[in-house]
Design a protein around this ligand. Sequence first.
Ligand code: NAP
Ligand code: HSE
Length: 414
Amino acid sequence: MIKIGILGNGTVGSGVIELLKKNTEYIKRRSGTEIKVVKVLVRDKEKHQDKNISDIITNNIEEVFSENPDIVVEAIGGLHPAYEYIKRFLQLKKHVVTANKDVIANYGDELSAIAEENGVNLRFEASVAGGIPILKPLQECLAGNDIRYIIAILNGTTNFILSKMYGESMKYDQALKIAQELGFAEANPDSDVLGYDAARKLSILSSISYNEKIDWEKIKTEGITEIDEVDINYAKLLDCKIKLLAVSSREEKGIYAAVRPAIIAKEGFLGMVDNEFNGILLEGDAVGQMFFCGKGAGKLPTASAVLGDIFDVIENKKQKPMFMRYEEAQVNTKWSKKAKWLIRINVKDINDAKKILINKFENAYFFEDNICPKDELALLIEIENENILENKLANLYKESNISLIKKLVILNQL
Ligand code: NAP
Ligand code: HSE
């Protein structure tokens, strides 16, 4: 019998318990052994008294240690005390499966080394893109490839909000509230909406893909809090959608990595990824382009990934510890390829502003539709790279009374 300790009984922890219960017989046949949940750690025991696991619920971590579990599933989230608990279990030679990207993005290298020293597994498939198998395929099936780029939707909450704003004209606050009720959002949803959750996932995904450590704090991160109805209407006019993209690519020197809202083709691979679904488009030098898609958040999709990791541990599939020997990569933060951009600008006099802008951007196209407020101008430009764009815009502010509201890259070839 395999004894499992579960830290957390929220969306993920309760999903794991439910899935283990639902598929008891199948799991026993498949793994050849019985899996028994021996303790479940929560913060507030009172909240969990009426559930049918009340006899194994505890709010004392020492009770989980004293049960001597073979595998520990960490699903409490956040950095502390999750990091300390994972470390202690690994040092006690217990396998750990976690869904926690905060811990893995910050301490993945140290914890992987501790797991290796102690001859146990640290697995975290659920930490990136929920139910989509992506870390294991990258580490195993695609190991023979030099990964060239990753363009992905890695946060279910923001994708849900943007989908509702786009498809149902729902207000941002209402869509966020529903995403929270459905269990997609982090305990502090700022992590989702400000892009940090996607940045942490991009750091894990990219470090494994390029075999270089991509420090998540060096990733240029922009969330969706500034996206408004006007942006959405321009996207619609272009037959596109707005998505929060997590992008990384190998450049001549270093790795470009950013999380940013972008305008993308409505019918493309990623444009069709809506609600809590995530999508990962990548290219390997041998395999070419590949696309992974599925539910990136939610109870059972995430439990599916956790259970996959549990099976690997039970079946004693040894995995090369991730992160351990990665050199730190130079992280580039500016889009270096030729692209179109939607630029929204605050102006005093529209005709004057147009003359100045045509002078600065010869190929500027001005939208004639009345989508934006009166003191605003929106234009499309095509430019060699983001550095040139930013220099031109900086000069523009110095030379005139024009100020930028926002710039959104358009990737309508995806
Ligand atoms: P959640 O619903 O907020 O549940 C957290 C659980 O952990 C609760 O049962 C809570 O206890 C317990 N807990 C929190 N802090 C604790 C502490 N210091 N000591 C003891 N227990 C503690 O969170 P979740 O959505 O399941 O997320 C858990 C982890 O999975 C996070 O790292 C998250 O990023 C990741 N993840 C989530 C999803 C998703 O769809 N939600 C998907 C993939 C990965 P109480 O119930 O008593 O408050
Ligand atoms: N809050 C996360 C999301 C959960 O919305 O994608 C899955 O990691």
